[in-house]
Ligand binder design. Structure first.
Ligand SMILES: NC(=O)c1ccc[n+]([C@@H]2O[C@H](COP(=O)([O-])OP(=O)(O)OC[C@H]3O[C@@H](n4cnc5c(N)ncnc54)[C@H](OP(=O)(O)O)[C@@H]3O)[C@@H](O)[C@H]2O)c1
Length: 333
């Protein structure tokens, strides 16, 4: 009998047990999940620190999954197809990836790119997907006087040693950008250089509220996982017509700024939402991850691999900002 990790109440301890035998609904597939991951949202869910689950309890968390279709009631996928699931309520409003078998609406899944395996897809997971979407947004931006990210100047990544930040560093470096990684983890400097950062700055360099609405312009672009004062400072330090992609709130969700950087320097604030990302963009993003994630890069970006029974402890670690890169979950075979 395939097992699953259940939360019986929002702040209870997760329990591993057999799920009920549910038939497929129309348009659903059953996925034999081989891997998932522990994202920031998952960490909030399994530790009870944040109320991210909006489905009925008992509930199976896990906002990511990858595996093979074992039963299908949808024309899009057949038995044996390998698929990736992220977003569209997975692990938030609908049961998620911490289950050896899971029923999922086919419309929310992406077929696995040739270059990926379920394990390497989950090295990326929602974190990798979000980072690609942020990098794509920067690349599509109409820069003031440069065509390509490689020619723009320094691009800052905050929360750089976290899962999404690590992917942003690796993807920007792969695109030839001069990446400056901002981190509060002193032990992560070598890791970030290995991923391609040319310079490392301490988290505190961007942490306080900006003294003036517009400060010395230093950044040709930025990818922000932190939010709060860090994002406000980045906005105040952007060069003319430079973009900031914002996807995270690891340091705070409030944003105190002025309109001046936007109306006097033409700075753009680009919001990134991986959860309800349109299908064509999601596919393009996963193809790009397939190109990045060679075995070596995937190894470098994996902090550790845990089993279903170890997710609670891994969640505590993620909330404390300890992992470098991704915590991968080995779910089934
Ligand atoms: N918009 C979306 O679609 C989307 C998708 C995925 C994730 N997210 C959000 O993006 C953020 C990062 O996600 P993740 O999966 O990469 O999480 P993560 O692995 O926990 O990384 C977050 C990183 O932020 C830094 N950090 C932690 N606490 C901080 C604080 N108090 N002040 C400043 N920096 C702090 C740490 O990096 P350093 O030690 O290197 O500083 C930490 O490793 C989260 O807020 C998450 O909810 C959004």
């Amino acid at each position: 009998m395939p097992r699953a990790l259940f939360l019986d109440e929002p702040d209870g301890e997760a329990q591993l047990r057999d799920p009920p035998d549910d038939p497929l609904a129309e348009g659903e597939v059953r996925v034999a999940v081989s891997h998932s991951g522990v994202n920031y949202k998952d960490a909030l869910a399994v530790t009870g620190e944040g109320k991210i689950i909006r489905g009925d309890f008992p509930f199976v968390p896990g906002i990511d999954l990858a595996g093979e279709v074992v039963e299908s009631d949808a024309s899009a996928f057949r038995e044996g197809d390998r698929v990736i699931g992220t977003g569209w309520g997975l692990g938030e409003t609908r049961p998620g990836g911490y289950a050896e078998h899971q029923r999922v609406p086919a419309s929310t899944l992406v077929g696995m790119p040739e270059a990926l395996t379920p394990r390497r897809a989950m090295v990326a997971g929602t974190a990798g997907l979000t980072a690609v979407l942020a990098v794509m947004a920067l690349e599509e931006h109409d820069f003031y006087d440069s065509e390509a990210l490689a020619d723009t100047g320094e691009i800052a990544v905050t929360g750089a040693s976290g899962a999404a930040g690590s992917f942003a560093v690796a993807l920007l470096a792969e695109a030839g950008a001069e990446v400056v990684a901002s981190t509060g983890s002193e032990g992560a400097h070598d890791y970030l250089r290995e991923l391609g950062a040319v310079r490392i700055i301490g988290r505190e360099a961007l942490a306080g509220a900006p003294e003036r609405p517009m400060q010395s312009a230093r950044w040709a672009g930025a990818v922000d996982a932190v939010g709060g004062d860090t994002l406000a400072t980045l906005i105040s330090e952007m060069e003319r017509h430079a973009p900031v992609a914002s996807f995270g709130n690891a340091g705070g969700y409030e944003l105190e700024t002025t309109v001046f950087p936007f109306i006097l320097r033409g700075v753009s604030l680009l919001g990134i939402d991986s959860n309800k990302c349109p299908d064509a963009r999601r596919r393009a993003a996963w193809e790009r991850l397939g190109g990045l994630l060679t075995y070596d890069v995937a190894d470098c970006l994996t902090d550790r691999v845990v089993g279903l029974g170890d997710i609670g402890a891994a969640g505590e670690d993620v909330l404390a900002g300890r992992p470098r890169g991704r915590v991968l979950v080995k779910v089934g075979e």
